[in-house]
Write a protein that binds this ligand. Structure first.
Ligand code: T46
Length: 131
């Protein structure tokens, strides 16, 4: 399942603040947070799916394109606002392209890092989702 999320900014005349609460704004217990920044020009990342992991992604600064492929259909979502996130809950191939130099891509994850949860080969991913 891929779901676009809208976060509520608590703005005032000083600027903006967004709070994300477990089971309210993020539909899983957050076990890990990581962020991708300083991505070099023309670099793309990702190129894998996860077997079990759930994630919420959003750009805290700058932007990038998030290509999502469930094995049947592909869509590309431009992440470029701290107010908009994407939930990936399911076995979905993802690629990140066209990073701006100031992009800080935040990822909230439902589990600790586990390399055995990755499907890093596209044919293996297709076999996994069609089995
Ligand atoms: C994802 C997309 C959006 C760790 O040691 N711990 C971690 O929690 C993570 C995420 C990565 N690493 C290590 C593994 C590699 O040696 O950091 C290195 C770079 O990871 P990777 O090449 O998988 O990074 P991306 O940007 O291709 O993918 C990452 C996440 O791995 C992935 O889960 O969904 O961001």
């Amino acid at each position: 399942m891929i779901k676009q999320l809208k976060f509520t900014p608590r703005g005032d005349d000083r600027g903006s603040l967004i709070a994300l609460e477990v089971n309210k704004d993020v539909p899983f217990d957050i076990r890990r947070i990581y962020y991708i920044y300083g991505t070099k020009p023309d670099v793309s990342r990702g190129f894998h799916a996860h077997k079990d992991l759930k994630q919420v992604l959003f750009a805290a600064s700058g932007g990038c394109d998030l290509l999502l492929d469930d094995g049947k259909t592909q869509q590309t979502i431009r992440l470029e606002s701290p107010e908009h996130g994407v939930l990936i809950d399911g076995v979905v191939w993802r690629e990140m392209h066209n990073f701006t130099p100031d992009c800080v891509l935040m990822v909230l994850a439902s589990a600790e890092y586990d390399e055995s949860d990755y499907l890093r080969d596209y044919d293996e991913f297709i076999n996994w989702v069609t089995k």
